[in-house]
Structures are given as C-alpha cells and as structure tokens.
Design a protein around this ligand. Structure first.
Ligand code: PLP
Length: 418
C-alpha cells in the first residue's frame, strides 16, 4: 500500500495486519474465499466514483456509458453461468438480495417457511432478530434428529398446516445435497412461491456438481463471495419476466440507491472466471478436499453432522466427541493460527453463543493450492490441538506445522487456474 503507508500509517498497519493474517493462517471458514488478482483489480477501479442509479440504458445520472457496459457484462455472464433467463447483479450483499426477494413476493405479516437457524438456516430465513422474522411470519423447518437430513415430510406437513406464501430453501450450514424438486412439489401443493438462497453452494451449482435450483425456483438469490469466488455481494436470478420486473424495482429504488459499480465490475470479472473450464476443476477439488478433511477427522474420532459431507463444508461435533464446546474449539484453533467458526449442531444442548461444534469448509484453502494431503495434515493438526485441549505445547507444535503449510503455498502464488 505505497500511498496509504506514506499518508496514513494507522490504516496501513491495519491493512498490513490483515494481509499477514491471511498469509499465516489456515482459512477454514466455509463462507470465505480468496478472490483472484483480476477480481481485486476490478474492485479497485475508478468505478467506485460513479453514481449509476437505475439499470443499463435507463439511468438517472449522466456519464453512465461505461457503467452500462460493465453491468451488462456482469448480467450476461451470470445468466450464462447458471443458465438463467434474467439476472439482477446490484444487491450489495446476500442479505440485501434476500430483502429484495421478500419485498417482491410477500406482504408484511405473510407466512413463509424457512430453515431453522439452529439447523443450518441463515438469519434472513426467519430469525427473530432479522427483518425476515420481524416483519413476516416465519415457520421453521429443520433436519431429522437422527439422520440430520432435511425432513421433507415435515416440510410438507408444515406447508399444509400453515399455507405459507413462500418457502425458502437453502442454508449456511448444511453439508448435504438439497432436493429442490421436492421443495417445488411441496410448494405447488399449497400454492407457495419457492425462493432458493444458494449462497453457499453457488460455485458447485455453476460447475454442475450440485443440482441446479434454477428450473425449480421462482427466485434464486446468492452471495457472490463464497464458493463462487467473487467479490462480496449478491445476485438475484429468475426465469420469469414478470418476476424480474418486480425484483428490479424492489432492488432499486426499493431497498438500494446507487449500485456499487466497482463491485459489479469485480462481479463481471469473477463471473468470467466461473465460465472457464478450470473453474469446474477448482470446484471438483473443493469437493475432494472437503471429503479428505471429513474422512480424516472421522478417523481421528470426531463425529460430523449427518456423518459426512457431499459439498464444501462439514459441521464437526467437538462437544460429544472431545468434551470441547464450539466456542472453546474455535478459540484453541485460533491460537494455533487456524480460523474456523463455532456452530450449533441440530438439537444442540448448548446455547448459540457456546454451541457444540465448529463449521469447516474447503473453498479458501483449495484456492490457495491445498489438495487432499494438505487437508489431511490440516485435520491432524486440528485433532492434535483439540485432543490436547489447546495446551501450550500443542499450540506451539501446531503453529510450526501451520507455518510450514502456509510457506509451501504462499498467497502470492495461489493458483486459480491449476
Ligand atoms: N444467505 C446465506 C445462505 C448465507 O450463508 C449468507 C451469509 O453467510 C447470506 C445469505 C448473507 O450474505 P451477506 O453476508 O453477504 O449479507
């Protein structure tokens, strides 16, 4: 940061600290990733200076020619990535995309079905402290207590009992394949709309390694920064001309003002990458690596929610297997330079702020260049730290092993296109 470091040492120190953290830590947060240098370059473009309220060809400000070019690129590319007829690329985040989708389909007070936060759902799927729970009437569905798979029969029962106007499908912490067709079928029985929030699995869907929700859903929302490996942001897709008209007016002027044009440029860059054949190879590696991590953790005595994973993430039960709460496991691993997040298990006995497990994901370290052997070593480091209850000696030993892994895969070299 040549300019920032000469003009603003305080900010420079903070930014440098983040660079060092990313370089020296194992990033296992399932919702995070590392963008390419190309995406980062687009993100820092002069488009951050531009107001472009409206949509390509219909703006409220002058000087929007280049903005139109950029936004049209992003729209056309993302439609191709997912085989969708229409796209809105303006939502500032996943939560903003979901807000616009609710606003397009529901009236305040309407009932909808969403996955329980404690079973893997997202805040915007009906949590009492979120707009979705405050202004609408959520009815939560969840997973079976034994199999930890979505209880589709119960979803069907709840749908008949509550006659929701919309069913939200999608999760932040669900390690298995989601049956979108089944949800569509249930929704059709009661005349409900289907909204799929595919934020976590978007990259896998793009690579056709997870069934696509596009043909089953009325509206599909997503973040762009998880498995899809773009900048922080949101998108909305649909095959319905009527729905996209409403969505467009709900995003702007409904819930947002000017779009973040530099972010839309970075989205266009990332969507271009997602159209390359190498992106499929990357997504396959995400799956193989998640399996390698999960298998080794099970060999080391941990149990996983649902017994394993079919996607990029897993929920590790640290409490029943090693007597460590999720909160403590996260802290012990952080001390060893391994970044994770505590996570509720379905039917958790501990409070959300404590919880009984951690969520791990493979996307970021796969971007960095890790393959199965490195994920197995990562699993062993995690197991050694937790089995030693985070003892000083275990932390020192783990940090040395983490440093060796990081040194072998420097961030400046990470391979987006292997
Ligand atoms: N939807 C799902 C399923 C998510 O997991 C998340 C974020 O974790 C979001 C929406 C919200 O995205 P954002 O943090 O960009 O608002």
């Amino acid at each position: 940061y040549p300019l920032i470091s000469s003009q603003d040492p305080e900010l420079s120190a903070a930014l440098k600290a983040e660079d060092d953290r990313q370089e020296s830590h194992l990033e296992l947060i399932a919702s995070e990733n590392f963008v390419s240098k190309t995406v980062l370059e687009a993100y820092t473009s002069t488009l951050t200076n531009k107001y472009a309220e409206g949509y390509p060809g219909k703006r409220y400000y002058g000087g929007c020619g280049p903005s139109d070019m950029v936004e049209t690129l992003a729209i056309e590319r993302i439609k191709k990535v997912f085989g969708a007829k229409y796209a809105n690329v303006q939502p500032h985040s996943g939560a903003s995309a979901n807000l616009a989708a609710f606003y397009a389909v529901l009236q305040p007070g309407d009932t909808f079905l969403g996955m329980d936060l404690a079973h893997g759902g997202h805040l915007t799927h009906g949590s009492a402290v979120n707009f979705s729970g405050l202004y609408y009437k959520p009815v939560a569905y969840g997973v079976d207590e034994k199999t930890h798979l979505i209880d589709y029969d119960r979803v069907e029962k709840l749908a008949h009992e509550h006659r929701p106007r919309m069913i939200i499908v999608g999760a932040s912490a669900y390690p298995r394949i989601i049956d979108f067709a089944r949800f569509r079928n249930i929704a059709d029985q009661v005349g409900a709309k289907v909204m799929v929030d595919m934020a976590h699995i978007a990259g896998l869907v793009a690579a056709k390694l997870h069934p696509s929700p596009i043909e089953h859903a009325d509206i599909v929302t997503s973040t762009t920064h998880k498995t899809l490996r773009g900048p922080r942001g949101g998108i909305i897709l649909t095959n319905s001309e009527d729905i996209i008209k409403t969505i467009n007016s709900r995003v702007f002027p409904g819930v947002q003002g000017g779009p973040l044009m530099h972010v839309i440029a970075a989205k266009a860059a990332a969507f271009g990458e997602a159209l390359q054949p190498e992106f499929v190879t990357y997504q396959k590696r995400i799956l193989q690596n998640a399996k390698a991590l999960a298998t080794r953790l099970v060999e080391r005595g941990f149990t996983l929610v649902s017994g394993g994973t079919d996607n990029h993430l897993m929920i590790v039960n640290t409490f029943d297997t090693k007597g460590i709460t999720g909160k403590d496991a996260q802290a012990m691993l952080e001390a060893a330079n391994i970044t994770t997040n505590k996570n509720m298990l379905p039917y958790d006995k501990n409070k959300p702020a404590v919880s009984s497990g951690i969520r791990l994901g493979s996307p970021a370290l796969t971007t960095r260049g890790f393959d199965a052997p490195e994920f197995i070593e990562t699993a062993d480091i995690i197991a050694d730290v937790l089995e030693a209850k985070g003892s000083d000696a275990a932390i020192v030993a783990a940090k040395t092993r983490v440093a060796a892994l990081c040194a072998r895969f420097p961030m400046k070299n990470f391979r987006l296109l292997p």
